[in-house]
Structures are given as C-alpha cells and as structure tokens.
Design a protein around this ligand. Structure first.
Ligand code: AMP
Ligand code: MG
Length: 509
C-alpha cells in the first residue's frame, strides 16, 4: 500500500463468525459436549440479512458453501464449541428433573459491535445426551413458525429470540406423517431458563446454583454485581423483566402456549415458539395448543403462570437468599412482588394507551381502567377482533360516525360498541389534544399487522406442499413493520374467513 493511501475504513466482516465462549467456561456440569449430526443435503431456505448485519456477521459467507455447512451443523468453524445445555423443568405443572437440549446445539456466543453478546444455537441439529426418545430433529412447519413469530415479535418491539437462518436438511422427520426436516439457527440473549436453575437445585447442587446466579448477573444484570443481597436483587430484576414481558404479550394478543419453566428465559426474552398463536377475536380464555387440554396456558392465565414459574425459580434460589429459611422466604416474597409491580402498570397503562387515554388528563385513573375493561368485555361478548378494534379506534374520529363504522361492524352486536363509544368520546373530550396527535400515539401502540394464525398456516402449507416460500416473504414484510399502514398489504389485516380459522396449533416436536 503506498504511504499516501487513505486509511481503510473499518474492515467489513469477513469469513466465519468468531465464536466466543462464556457458558462453556463455567466450572460445573452445565452442559454436555456434543457435535451436530450431519445432514445429507443442506439447503439454505432463508438468511435473516438484517439480523446478520446487526450481529456484524458476513452474510455472503453465511449464505455460501461453508456458511450453509455451519448452519446445517455439517461443518463448524474452528472457533465453535458445540454443546447441549442441561436443564430441568415443570411441564404443565409437573416436575421433570432432566430435560436439557434434546435437539438444540449451542455453537457459541457472538459479540456484536456494541458489545452485545448473544448465543447462536442450531435447533434440530441432531440427538444429544438429553434427547430421551426424541430424534433430535425439527420439522419444517414449526421452524417456519418460529422464524415468523420471532420476527413479528421483534417488529412489535417485544424482547425475543430471533432466527438467523433456516436450512432444509434433505431428510424427512417422522411426526404424525413424514415431513421435511429443517434446522433453525436461533439467536438469543442467552438460553438460561428457570429450568436451568431447577436442574441443579433439585440435585442439591447449591454450588452450581450459585455459579449460575453469578453468571446470570454478570451476563444480563451487571448493575447488580456489587450490590448487597445480590441474589434477591437478581430474582427481583428477573421478575421485573418477566412482568413487563408478559404485559407486552397480552397487549398484542399473544399466547405463548407452553409456558413451562424450561421455556422461560431469564434474559427476559420470549423463547421457544411452539404452539403459540395470536388472538383473532378477543377471548380471554382462548387456548390454541393441542397439548394444553386444561387451559393452563390460556391467554388470560399467562400473568399468573408467569408468577408461578418465578416462584419455582425463587425456590431454587432460597438457600442463597437468607441465613435461615424464614429470612430467605421473606426476601423471596419481597422480590417476587416486583413481578406484579412491573406487570400492572405495564398492562393497565398499556391498555389505557391503546384507547388513546392520557393519564395526565384525568384525576381518576381507576375510571379509565374501567372504561377499558368495559370495551374488552363488550369485545369478548361480541367477538370483536382484538388487533383491528384497537387499530381502527386509532384511525377513528369519534365525532365522525363513518370512521367508527368499520369497528362497529366487527361486533356481532354493533350497538354494544356504540354505547361504549359515547363514554369514550366524552372521556377523550377531557384531553386538550388534537385528534391527530392522539391518533399518532395510538398507531404507535396498536399494530395493524400480527402474524395471524391462518396466514402462518398458509405459509407452512405453501412451503410443505409446493416448496413455495413467496408467502413467507410477504408475511415477513407485513409483520416486520407492524405499526405502519402498508397499503399494499391490507389483506394481511383481515381476520380469517370462517373456513380459514385455525382452531388448534401443534408443537410438532
Ligand atoms: P419444547 O416443548 O420444544 O420446549 O421441548 C421440551 C423438551 O423436549 C426439551 O428438552 C427439548 O429439547 C425436547 N425435545 C423436543 N423435541 C425433541 C426432538 N425432536 N428430539 C429430541 N428432543 C426433543
Ligand atoms: Mg423448550
């Protein structure tokens, strides 16, 4: 290079990811070393280019021969150190002492340009010592679902794991029938779950519980590192994030479907999209999952299940929380209060914002909450679409009846909506705010686009029946910018026609 040449700009990322490792450095039985099992015919179905860029990865390398070989688990870069993580979990309330990654293999951690560390895991990469009777594989349908749902949640601004890529394996997997196999490359803040603590606590391995708690503080809650009562503070911080997270779920009509303790990530991200779904019409008791026969994980159960799961975590941490059981339990209870203290303002405040109310414009927030509940109960009774009711309310001018028409038409008994509108209009009149400003606020919290179940199903059917991924791409465009109007994608706002309604979702594992 001539001496006079301009210095080069920061080198673009080049070649394979440089994996870092903190989890595998932990002293203790936290994982099993295990390499992915090769697949016969790896085919890259989609690479998430924006996420690849965000991670500072080389998208050209990832979609080339070596990159696809890595994403399929066929050939790993030298810096990868593949493991399966150990964990336990309460599944539908029943404790299972040893679950672990039965089909997911963690390659290592990636640190982006901002110093943000994330796991890269291959889901469906083959059997592990934790596979039990499972085949270690994933079917294309659930992989597509997880890819879509992660991107949709990200678009909605809700903390979530995301898919970096999706690879077909060229190998069938046998579920109820043979299905095409696939692997999801998943990026997560980390994969430590409530169930990870349960694994060690149940074994009486207090040393590992402490090591894991210290690790979690360092990785996700560094501000607690030097504080007093750090383990109680950790429980409180985790509870706060979960309370906020589950409030966000409810506010967009999301039903996780399998809130087992092994599916609750301690980073505060939504994780493990199985038989999850979004509400169409508002029904608080709604259950989609075919395996949730008792409705344990119904839409409106999620807040109390969140606390139940955190209580299991608190039980694991008890020995770290106090000198004796009474003291420890008292600290745990105080810490768990943070859950409700985070959930309630996030949820009720979020609902008030969804109907455009400014807390500053009333002396009686309780009356505002009642106004929201009145709408919700009318919506439930008259089967109004959750997403569209709120979105259209944001577009409406209460004094122009024509703008209310599309909303009332969504109620089986439109006059039930009219009665509420009168109350709402009177309340809005107390806000000295131009209608346009209120509408802008409402549009920013009420999505137009969610991954509606029939649309997700349409994507899966097209991919499975015709190998056609065009519907996937269209849906991803819609849900990646859920708060924008996107006039050419209006059909994605439509609720299902009666014959399109998805009644059941399956985990398909
Ligand atoms: P999930 O319902 O996906 O959260 O999985 C629950 C447990 O079953 C976890 O330990 C998974 O690793 C394991 N598992 C799910 N599907 C498979 C499979 N096909 N092969 C092996 N293990 C699996
Ligand atoms: Mg899971």
């Amino acid at each position: 290079m001539p001496a006079s040449a301009e210095p080069l700009a920061a080198a673009p990322p080049d070649g394979p990811p440089a994996f870092r490792h903190s989890y595998v450095e932990l002293p203790g039985p936290f994982f099993a070393d295990i390499a992915p099992t090769s697949v016969p015919e790896a085919l890259l179905l989609r690479l998430n280019k924006p996420l690849s860029d965000e991670l500072g990865l080389d998208a050209a390398w990832l979609s080339g021969r070596d990159g696809v070989a890595m994403l399929a688990g066929n050939r790993l870069p030298a810096t990868a150190r593949p493991i399966a993580m150990a964990y336990a979990g309460h599944q539908f309330g029943h404790f299972v002492p040893s679950l672990g990654d039965g089909r997911a293999i963690l390659l290592g951690e990636l640190v982006d340009g901002n110093g943000r560390r994330r796991d890269l895991q291959l889901k469906g990469a083959g059997r592990t010592p934790f596979s039990r009777a499972g085949d270690g594989r994933a079917a294309l349908g659930p992989v597509l679902r997880e890819y879509i749902l992660g991107e949709a949640m990200h678009g909605l601004g809700i903390p979530t794991t995301r898919a970096l890529a999706m690879v077909a394996t060229g190998e069938p997997v046998f579920r109820e029938r043979p299905e095409p196999g696939a692997i999801l490359a998943r990026v997560a803040a980390s994969h430590v779950r409530v169930g990870t603590f349960e694994y060690f606590a149940r074994r009486g391995d207090l040393g590992s519980v402490r090591t894991l708690a210290d690790y979690l503080i360092q990785r996700h809650y560094p501000e607690l590192a030097d504080g007093e009562d750090r383990y109680a503070a950790l429980l409180e911080a985790i509870a706060t994030r979960q309370g906020e997270l589950i409030a966000r779920w409810l506010l967009v009509g999301f039903i996780h479907g399998v809130m087992n303790t092994d599916n609750m990530a301690l980073s505060g991200e939504t994780i493990d999209y199985g038989p999850c779904a979004f509400l169409d019409d508002y029904d608080p008791g709604k259950v989609y999952s075919s395996i949730d026969r008792g409705g344990r994980y119904a839409y409106a159960q999620q807040p109390s299940i969140g606390l139940w799961n955190l209580t299991q975590l608190a039980n694991c941490l008890l020995p770290l929380l106090g000198k004796n059981t009474d003291e420890a339990k008292a600290r745990a209870r105080t810490a768990l209060n943070a859950y409700g203290e985070a959930f309630e303002p996030a949820y009720y405040g979020g609902l008030r914002a969804k109907i455009g109310l400014l807390d500053s414009a009333t002396a009686d927030p309780g009356a505002d909450d009642e106004l929201v509940q009145d709408l919700l109960s009318r919506m439930a009774q008259h089967r109004a679409d959750f997403t569209n009711t709120f979105r259209l309310l944001g577009d409406a001018h209460p004094k122009e009846p024509a703008t209310l028409e599309p909303i009332r038409a969504g109620f089986t008994e439109p006059t039930a909506f009219d009665a509420w509108t009168e109350r709402w209009t009177a309340r809005l009149a107390q806000q000295a705010e131009p209608d346009e400003a209120r509408q802008a606020r409402m549009r920013a919290v009420n999505p137009a686009y969610i991954p509606r179940n029939h649309r997700v199903q349409e994507v899966i059917d097209a991919a499975m029946e015709r190998g056609d991924l065009a519907p996937l791409d269209r849906l991803l465009v819609a849900v990646s910018r859920p708060y924008d109007d996107q006039p050419d994608l209006l059909d994605y706002r439509n609720p299902p026609q009666p014959h399109e309604v998805v009644q059941r979702t399956f985990c398909g594992t």
